[in-house]
Design a protein around this ligand. Structure first.
Ligand SMILES: Cc1ncc(COP(=O)(O)O)c(C=O)c1O
Length: 393
């Protein structure tokens, strides 16, 4: 994870923290945005706010020209307040009530995702004259979170939806895909390009020429471990190469100018956020089957910062116990909920055997979906406060 390894400023901030908190490194996040723009020149980046709806993050990215992919009127309002020009914000959620659409329109948004005739008809009624892009369904194969079924439609249905849009006075402006979050394969991007090419060709027959393609989110973070604690190592450079070739192919298929949009969330923020937590207790318990197992209970877990701990492991650092003798332990959060843990069978972590209650623990690669997926205080454990560093980034 060299490219995205937490830098010295993030580690220094973790070391300075005396209380639990999430630390977000703005310089790292904006550096990731710049790297993405270098890899995919000319592609408009719209940050998927759901991954880290923190004002300072949205503002820092906006200062670099990133727009916002918003999923609700509240996210739209937050993006505007954070300095994102409203023309660079789209309503990327295919699920919205009449009221949501009208509110987004009132706030100035003119680009809406859609995937059904019902939704597009509502957009025509409550956001007259708006631009719509239709989300195509993908398999989600190869991703840790597939995002299938709930969104997107088949190609013939997309043609019907965009045809309906045109008849209703909307601009059938584009197509979108999402290959699934933390996508680990290049094949998923190949398949997405095939699907988009098929849709562009089918739309052409109906005289519909989308002016842009939204390639969605799904670009991976580099710093996670899998559920068993092995580095994930997604082939990021190969993904970029497939995307560059894919965009060229889609331009050729379209035969007219085509703009490209990406709406990354996790890829921009995950590796540049880390949590300073502390040890609640290292305990060893013998089970009815006679097995004795160590459990490391932390002050934060699934319900306050580590929502995705059932699918990935965040690397742990014990800053006051480097090089210490370790025991294999299941890592778990502080609540009375059994989901609040790493994989108890295969996901054992090497934990210094002499850690004591109160000792600091750092959890790396926690920048994505930590603030947004936190509960308001399940079991009385408060959401983690956050600190941003590297503001000049
Ligand atoms: C429409 C849309 N765009 C972008 C994203 C961000 O995805 P990721 O964090 O995998 O980049 C999501 C995630 O759920 C999404 O639903």
């Amino acid at each position: 994870m060299d490219r995205n390894a937490p830098g010295a400023p993030l580690r220094a901030a973790l070391a300075e923290a005396t209380e639990d908190r999430l630390v977000l490194d703005l310089a790292g996040i904006t550096g990731n945005h710049r790297a993405l723009r270098r890899e995919l020149p000319g592609v408009a980046v719209r940050f998927a706010m759901k991954a880290c709806p923190v004002d300072e993050v949205v503002s820092a990215l906006a200062r670099q020209g990133a727009g916002a992919d918003a999923a609700s009127p509240n996210e739209i309002a937050q993006a505007i307040a954070a300095g994102v020009p409203v023309a660079d914000i789209h309503y990327g959620n295919t699920i919205k009530s009449d009221h949501n659409i009208a509110e987004a329109y009132r706030l100035g948004v003119r680009d809406f995702a859609t995937d059904s005739v019902e939704d597009v008809t509502a957009v025509a009624a409550h956001a007259p004259g708006a631009r719509v892009f239709c989300r195509l369904a993908t398999s989600g194969h190869g991703a840790l979170w597939g995002l299938t079924r709930k969104y997107g439609c088949a190609v013939p249905e997309a043609v019907r939806v965009l045809d309906t849009a045109r008849e209703a006075g909307l601009t059938p402006a584009g197509l979108s895909v999402h290959v699934g979050s933390q996508q680990m394969t290049t094949e998923a991007w190949h398949d997405a390009v095939d699907l988009l090419a098929e849709a562009i060709t089918a739309l052409k027959r109906r005289g519909i020429r989308p002016d842009h393609v939204n390639l969605g989110g799904g670009l991976p973070a580099l710093g996670y471990l899998d559920r068993r604690g092995r580095p994930l190592e997604p082939p990021l450079d190969k993904m970029f190469a497939v995307l560059r070739e894919g965009m060229q192919r889609l331009r050729e298929v379209a035969g007219h100018p085509l703009r490209f949009v990406l709406e990354p969330g996790r890829h921009l923020v995950a590796d540049h956020g880390a949590i300073r937590a502390h040890v609640a207790r290292l305990a060893a318990r013998r089970q009815p089957d006679g097995e004795r197992r160590h459990w490391l209970y932390l002050s934060c877990g699934k319900f306050n910062g580590l929502y995705e701990m059932d699918a990935v492991q965040y690397p742990l650092v014990f800053p006051t116990h480097r090089g210490a003798k370790t025991v294999p332990a299941v890592v778990a959060g502080p609540t009375c909920d059994s989901d609040d843990a790493y994989d108890a069978e295969y996901g054992l972590v090497a934990v210094p055997e002499d850690v004591a209650s109160g000792d600091p623990v750092w959890l790396l690669a926690c920048g994505a979906y930590a603030t947004s997926y936190t509960t308001t205080g399940f079991n009385g454990f408060d959401p983690l406060p956050y600190t941003v560093i590297g503001g000049e980034g």
